[in-house]
Design a protein around this ligand. Structure first.
Ligand SMILES: *Cc1c(COP(=O)(O)O)cnc(C)c1O
Length: 375
């Protein structure tokens, strides 16, 4: 492979760069921090309520609850739906480990389902995983691309199952013009620094249209306490910090701009790379916020190391499907159980797509990928 290039200047393109984002609205973040610290409200309280209110408007969903992280959002949701020991939850096998971990945390069993080329749960395979123990389906809108929610809701209804959306990667994504996370019985979001809308630490959200679920979630978020002294149910501490809530409120004003920028970056990659690799395709009625931009190529490992040698940082989401994780051992899966996810694990590569990526950096990434394939 030739190392000479039309563009001899070697750049460093990080996969993510939180510092660039901070620099964009540093004054607002600092003033948010100062407001909260001066107020004396440090946990829950008016800043968390203000965030919940503005997110309820943004998501067009009546009930929003701020919690301490996305994984706990899933755990509280499962508990609220009374899912626990002897119950099964259908989870796509290509996801972040937290989707399955939350199910195990409440004592239930994750039952994995293969995914499609778009990285989301394979609708055609859900039914064969349903047993008398199945209580819920947990679609994950992976990479920010909405799963096929009408099909999932239909299967859930036919089989009397709950739907818990893991929308950790998809805030702002729309399926037939409705925001992801608002379709199921509950939707869970992460506000981890990596996510499109984020705190400066851990934070998460639960959304629902069901008032009874909301009341229960709220109770469980704070130890099951109905007031200072009376505990009506064993809950946990899943409270959101005021300072994180206020910072997220500040970021929410920029979310659509950031998401649009990601979509623009994605479009650049799509137009320039489709001859060389498989790129995600924007289908009708699907609005993805490109939390990740994942290409597929049989030459994945060689491409990733070439890009690394050229200063371009990439990732794999995810290199080990959930059924092959050591933690899944007692679930008795084996290699070959989920052929598509296993193939994707070898062919997927996530390119930097964050909103602060410079024009020159995108050009450089595209040029280097072309160089690799044109060699
Ligand atoms: C980030 C993420 C989570 C977990 O969220 P945390 O806030 O890190 O606990 C769960 N599921 C998916 C798909 C994620 O990407």
């Amino acid at each position: 492979m030739s190392i000479t290039t039309e563009n001899p200047i070697k750049m460093q393109v990080p996969f993510v760069d939180f510092k660039r984002r901070y620099a964009l609205y540093r004054k607002e973040v600092l003033s948010a921090v100062d407001d909260v610290f001066s107020s004396g409200h440090y946990i829950l309280g008016p800043y968390v309520e203000a965030l919940e209110k503005s997110l309820s408007t943004y998501l067009d969903c009546p009930y929003v609850l701020g919690v301490n992280d996305g994984t706990t959002a899933l755990i509280l949701s499962l508990k609220t739906l009374n899912i626990g020991i002897n119950d099964e939850v259908i989870v796509p096998v290509n996801s972040f480990v937290a989707s399955a971990g939350a199910v195990v945390a409440v004592g239930a069993t994750p039952v994995f389902c293969d995914v499609c080329n778009d990285f989301n749960i394979d609708i055609g395979q859900i039914k064969k995983h349903i047993t008398p123990k199945t209580k819920a389906i947990m679609p994950v809108h992976l990479t920010g691309r909405p799963a096929d929610m009408s099909a999932i809701l239909r299967i859930a209804k036919e089989n009397n199952l709950y739907v818990i959306e893991d929308a950790a990667q998809s805030i702002g994504s729309r399926y037939h013009n409705q925001l992801t996370g608002t379709f199921g019985d509950v939707g869970c979001f992460s506000l981890h620094p990596l996510k499109n809308l984020h705190a400066y630490g851990d934070a998460g959200l639960i959304v629902t249209r069901n008032k009874a679920y909301y009341d229960e979630l709220k109770l469980l978020r704070n130890h099951g306490l109905i007031n200072r002294d009376h505990c009506v149910k064993w809950g946990l501490n899943a409270r959101l910090d005021s300072v994180q809530a206020k910072i997220v409120s500040t970021g929410l004003l920029y979310l659509n701009t950031w998401n649009e920028k990601r979509r623009k970056n994605a479009a650049r990659y799509q137009n320039n790379l489709k001859k060389y690799v498989q790129v995600p395709i924007d289908q009708e009625n699907i609005f993805s916020v490109y939390h990740n931009f994942v290409i597929l190529t049989e030459k994945r490992d060689a491409l990733a190391s070439f890009l690394q040698s050229q200063g371009i940082d990439t990732r794999i989401h995810y290199p080990i499907p959930l059924h092959l994780q050591l933690a899944s051992k007692r679930l008795n899966y084996k290699l070959g159980d989920f052929p598509l996810a296993e193939r994707l694990a070898k062919e997927m590569l996530s390119l930097p797509v964050y909103s602060e990526l410079l024009d020159s950096e995108i050009k450089y990434v595209i040029a280097k990928i072309k160089e690799f394939f044109d060699e």
